[in-house]
Design a protein around this ligand. Structure first.
Ligand code: B12
Length: 465
């Protein structure tokens, strides 16, 4: 059989350059799991257009929530041309019946333990509607040859996942729906073999928390040391409380870590089921991580029920005070399958069920202490203030270990901000028509002359008064 594996982008406007693209690990894993008698081709829409007439017998499409509508359209196009289509990934796992309205079959959860059977069934014309194996073993070594064959990207970053499952059941996160809440590992020897086989020198670990199991992390970092690679990943702040492990991480090639800090609000930090003690403690931990030589990139979320408009200047102050070089500034997104989704649905607070807006940067619900327009504007305002030349330069002397990276990443964020500011009036018109109308009537917001000062939360009282 000829199998085509596809990953759609969110929308064509969200298409990034090949320059920045990281290969989609799920598709390469599927290729590795496929018995050798079948021919597999991978198409990542970010770097190659989809040809619906391409000759193939089975199409596998991977999607998250934000790109599910596009994945569904693709599935229908392929089906119309007589191809069998299977959907997989986080969104079809959470809403398999919705996905089945567009495809012949759905894989719920991980592909390991079901993909070979599915391919065999497709070959014999008896594809089942749903395939699922809960928490499959990850002990088998899956050789991923396609990673080297796929089109080279400029940075040539190799994605690797060493663990699955997350014990923190954060109200806003849906990861446990797919990987469960018990941490499972790929044996260290297989991870090392995979990295060596990939011939990559820049590794991106996709684990939700690379130090989630410190015993495993210690073994992994020790084995990584002789490879001479550089790596980045995601970790929890608990790393700062284990200096030995942090040192080992640096020695094994760790250069940058992404931390889900989530909020700088004291109430919110303490409320979340994470190990945070106080904002001051968190700041000490940030310093320790940075002093060890690891680039610190926090991810923050605006729009929790305790957040007022003060959260925006508070976050900006926090980032500048701690001389943070870069940060992901997101809005709370009630992904299906999460506790916040169920809460907002039952409280009638969801503004839209169009999944394309469920992307971490668009407000799709009514916040408790702001209106949706204000939350959307506040995020863009914070982003804009953070990437102002004065702020970039103020933070530069404290990021002199990587001055060029600091500048490049901030300029990149400035482009994101500029795009968000440009699309804001259209988005506001589509999603929050009432407040925008109010504001327009008051002569404050003219979409064609929108300026960052219009989004300043300090001006909102004036705007509404
Ligand atoms: C790496 C990553 C990214 C990378 C993707 C790079 C790349 N090319 O792969 C980048 C940084 C670009 C990214 C972007 C985004 N991401 Co992201 N990302 C992740 C992360 C950390 C790992 C994903 C991964 O590769 N896992 C490893 C593979 C092996 O697992 P997997 O994809 O789930 O695949 C397995 C199964 O799902 C299944 N499977 C998957 N696809 C298919 C297809 C078929 C046919 C079959 C049979 C099976 C199958 O088999 C695989 C093996 O078992 C996850 C968190 C997580 N723990 O998964 C978040 C996550 C997937 N991302 C998320 C989000 C929200 C986003 C963004 C919207 C964020 C933003 N602000 O823009 C964007 C959207 C990108 C887009 N497509 O438009 C959310 C998704 C939530 C949701 N319900 O949709 C997650 C879960 C993070 C979170 N905790 O909220 N992301």
């Amino acid at each position: 059989m000829k199998i085509l594996l596809v990953s759609p982008c969110r929308d064509m406007a969200a298409k990034r350059s090949r320059f920045l693209m990281i290969p989609q690990l799920a598709l390469h894993l599927l290729a590795g799991l496929t018995p050798p008698e079948h021919e597999v081709r991978i198409v990542e829409e970010e770097i190659e257009d989809i040809n619906f007439d391409e000759e193939c017998d089975l199409v596998g499409i991977s999607c998250m929530t934000a790109n599910a509508p596009r994945a569904y359209r693709f599935a229908q196009e392929f089906k119309r041309r007589g191809k069998k289509v299977v959907l997989g990934g986080i969104h079809p796992t959470i809403l398999p019946d919705e996905a089945l309205q567009h495809a012949d079959s759905v894989v719920i959860g991980e592909a390991e333990g079901v993909w070979e059977q599915l391919v065999e069934d497709a070959k014999n014309g008896r594809l089942q509607k749903k395939y699922h194996k809960s928490c499959p073993s990850l002990d088998r070594y899956v050789q991923i040859r396609s990673r080297r064959e796929s089109k080279k990207r400029v940075f040539d970053i190799i994605p690797v996942m060493t663990t699955r499952g997350c014990p923190f059941r954060c109200d806003f996160c849906c990861v446990y729906n797919i990987f469960g809440s018990v941490i499972r590992h790929i044996p260290v020897k297989n991870v090392i073999r995979d990295i060596v086989d990939s011939e990559g020198k820049n590794i991106l670990f996709l684990d939700d928390n690379i130090v989630g199991d410190p015993v495993y992390a210690r073994e992994l970092f020790t084995e990584l040391k002789p490879l001479g690679i550089k790596w980045a990943g995601q970790a929890s702040m608990s790393l700062a409380r284990d200096p030995g492990l942090m040192k080992l991480a640096v020695e094994s090639g760790c250069r940058a870590l992404f931390f889900g800090l989530e909020s700088v609000s004291k109430t919110q930090l303490l409320k979340m089921r994470k190990s945070a003690k106080s904002v001051e403690k968190t700041e000490e931990e940030i310093k320790r991580i940075r002093d060890s030589g690891i680039y610190f990139h926090p991810s923050l979320i605006f729009g929790f029920d305790d957040d007022t408009k003060d959260i925006f200047p508070e976050t900006l102050e926090f980032l500048e005070r701690n001389r943070v070089s870069s940060a992901s500034l997101n809005v709370l997104t009630p992904y299906p399958g999460t506790k916040v989704y169920r809460q907002f649905l039952s409280e009638g607070r969801l503004i839209t069920l169009d999944w394309k807006y469920y992307n971490h940067s668009t407000v799709v619900f009514k916040p408790r202490h702001m209106d949706p327009f204000e939350l959307q504007a506040g995020r863009i305002w914070t982003l804009g203030e953070f990437v102002k030349i004065s702020s970039i330069l103020k933070r530069l002397p404290f990021n002199m270990d990587y001055p060029l990276y600091h500048l490049v990443v901030n300029i990149g964020t400035w482009w994101v901000y500029r795009d968000d500011l440009r699309t804001f009036p259209r988005l506001a018109h589509q999603l929050f028509p009432v407040p925008q109308k109010d504001l327009r009537e008051k002569g404050r917001i003219k979409p064609w002359t929108l300026k960052i000062s219009d989004l300043n939360p300090h001006n909102w009282v004036k705007v509404q008064g």
